[in-house]
Design a protein around this ligand. Structure first.
Ligand code: ATP
Length: 606
């Protein structure tokens, strides 16, 4: 909220500067125009001489101004006309208006000279214009600096405070977090530390300073940190690691200092640093940006070491790349507690879905247990997003409540992309897609470890021309070698079907190939699943580590990846050649109906 308000203020300021600038430029231009008319200046002594010689026809004066305009009777010896009046004019600055008027009064009285008096308002305008115009460079400079400051984001605190001075506490509680029971249990004692720190100190216990939350984006790390602050009723000061990184050296470090100073004033408090890897990455080189990062990180380390025992500040930090962090951050007294926040399991997903369904209307056919079963690997944020998408779809479709179909469509929209039923596709492409998808589905039916087909479609969705969806009804922590090998065979099913049925191959298999190659590489270099290479870890993207193993090993990895892919492709082709009749039937049904459900697909095998 606070940040939004500040944002608004910034915008208003920027608008004011822009309007001011614009007005100054316009007024300035008018002034220049005016000056141009009057740029023929005359010396005062010359004027007096000309008046005495009777050469002046008219004198224009403005009250309050020492600048006057005189009109000569002739122009280059020729009698003056109305048309050339402007050219006959000259501007003169008079030292004293009163003395000047006295001087010419007799001539005016004798009608030798015409005196025209103009109201001050115009001159006032000119004066303002003059002032504004002279200030223009300064205004421009200030505006430019303001803009740079705004872009850099300094000149204001970037951290968001919930609670503290305004006494508005974080309103998130543990009950707002579904699942994650063990993690909540592990963190509940932090709430107690914050509530009654003295009791712990009296007992001689050290209050933890830093807790690192590891987990994929969207697993609820921020939510947990807010809930701890909410439960304990203490201010929640949060900042993202990337916001510490500044273009100007030293600012990141000063920001860390300010953040901790603020927290100390509000103690007891929670500081939450999201994406801590942005500042806490391992220190190695000393080039420009790195040094700046190192300074920020050093400051963070200094601040964490520097709490007094009477200041109860707990720093929570989140990252999804724990391996990147500098070891110094993990030492005792700093982030010495680490809690992994996993993607939710089946029960967790069901609980999250139910929690996020509370403010929505659902039809009776919606079963959250089944949806949870179909969304293995989804994070809390993704599940919340699916229910929101389902509500949007239901509204668009004019339903009274969100139906099961709406939720299923939302899952597909989030995973594969939006259905593009209106895209025009040639018959040839349709046939190729039909065989490709039928290939995946039929091949996986003959693979023991692969889950059942849920839906096959040749209606384009997102970037995909068609898709085969599988049922996911089991949460797995480990995947066996056989399962990985068979996954590769299922992935090759698409390309294999194109080849055996149409004797043609297409670009449609590019993503399958990429995923399959990734699996093969990981099997060899991460999971150590190759008989010859043995259980070794080989970071293929780290040239130094590769050197350790020597070229022979690297070549072997390449050979083995090739071998695994070749085998998978051959197996897929064999399965399809043995079941050509089913492949044809599935592909033809797809061409006819565009979509096949799980039940319809099973019928081909009876
Ligand atoms: P990031 O690493 O991207 O910052 P994060 O792990 O901090 O992500 P959050 O911002 O806490 O994730 O979660 C995003 C949203 O997902 C939450 O606001 C909430 O709506 C939902 N969410 C995530 N996990 C849960 C959960 N366990 N229970 C309820 N809602 C959840």
């Amino acid at each position: 909220m606070k940040e939004k308000k500040e944002d608004k203020k910034g915008k208003v300021a920027l608008w004011i500067v822009c309007i001011f600038l614009f007005t100054s430029v316009v007024i300035g231009m008018l002034y220049v125009g005016k000056m141009k008319q009057e740029d023929k200046e005359l010396a005062y002594t010359e004027l007096i001489k000309n008046i005495n010689q009777g050469e002046i026809e008219k004198i224009k004066m403005t009250t309050g101004s020492t600048s006057i305009t005189v009109t000569y009777k002739t122009l280059n010896g020729e009698e003056g006309t109305e048309e050339n009046e402007k050219d006959r004019q000259k501007k003169v600055i008079v030292p004293s208006v009163q003395a000047f008027v006295e001087l010419i009064q007799s001539k005016v009285d004798a009608n030798e000279l015409e005196l025209e008096l103009i109201q001050e308002s115009t001159s006032q305008f000119l004066k303002i214009a003059e002032t504004l115009f002279s200030l223009l460079p300064t205004i421009l400079l200030v505006a430019l600096m303001l803009m740079i400051f705004k872009m850099q984001g300094f000149g204001g605190d970037k951290d968001k405070v919930y609670g503290g001075e305004s006494n508005k506490k974080s309103d998130v509680r543990f009950k707002d977090i579904a699942g994650l029971e063990e993690e909540k249990n592990e963190l509940i004692e932090i709430v107690d530390f914050l509530k009654k720190p003295q009791a712990y100190l009296d007992m001689g216990a050290k209050i933890p300073r830093g807790i690192l939350l590891y987990g994929k984006p969207g697993t609820g790390k921020t939510l947990i940190a807010k809930a701890i602050a909410g439960e304990a009723g203490v201010p929640f000061i949060s900042m993202s690691g990337s916001e510490f990184i500044e273009m100007f050296a030293g600012l990141g470090a000063s920001r860390v200092r300010k953040l901790f100073d603020k927290a100390k004033k509000m103690s007891p408090a929670i500081i939450f640093i999201d994406e801590i890897d942005a500042i806490g990455a391992r220190r190695n080189s000393s080039s420009g940006a790195e040094t700046e990062n190192n300074q920020t990180l050093n400051q963070l380390l200094v601040e964490m070491d520097g709490f007094d025992t009477d200041q109860t500040i707990i720093v929570l930090a989140a990252t999804n790349r724990p391996e990147m962090l500098d070891k110094a951050l993990l030492r005792p007294g700093r982030f010495d507690r680490q809690v992994t926040i996993p993607a939710p399991d089946l029960n967790g997903r069901e609980a999250i879905l139910k929690l996020h369904s509370e403010n929505k209307k659902f039809a009776d056919d919606v079963d959250f247990h089944t949806i949870a079963g179909d969304t293995a690997g989804f994070t809390g944020a993704e599940l919340a997003n699916i229910l929101n998408e389902a509500a949007i779809i239901a509204t668009r479709e004019g339903h009274n409540a969100i139906t099961n179909d709406d939720v299923e469509n939302a899952v597909k929209k989030v995973t594969v992309g939006l259905e593009k039923a209106n895209r025009v596709i040639s018959d040839k492409d349709k046939k190729l897609t039909a065989y490709h998808e039928a290939g995946h589905a039929v091949v996986s039916k003959f693979l023991e470890t692969q889950t059942d087909v849920k839906e096959v479609s040749i209606i384009p969705r997102g970037a995909a021309g068609g898709y085969t969806m599988y049922k996911t009804n089991e949460d797995k922590y480990y995947i066996s070698r056989t399962e990985l090998l068979e996954k590769m065979v299922a992935l090759m099913g698409g390309r294999a079907a194109e080849k055996v049925a149409l004797n043609e191959i297409s670009t449609g298999a590019s993503n399958d190939i990429e995923v399959a190659t990734g699996i093969a590489r990981d099997m060899l270099t991460v999971y150590g699943m190759d008989d010859k290479l043995g259980p070794i870890s080989l970071k293929v993207d780290d040239p130094y580590e590769l050197q350790v193993f020597g070229e022979k090993v690297i070549a072997e990895v390449g050979n083995q990846i090739q071998q695994l892919i070749d085998n998978a492709y051959a197996t897929a082709q064999r399965i399809l050649l043995e079941n050509m009749d089913i492949l044809d039937k599935v592909a033809n049904t797809l061409l006819e109906k565009e979509k096949i459900s799980s039940e319809e697909f099973e019928m081909f095998f009876q």
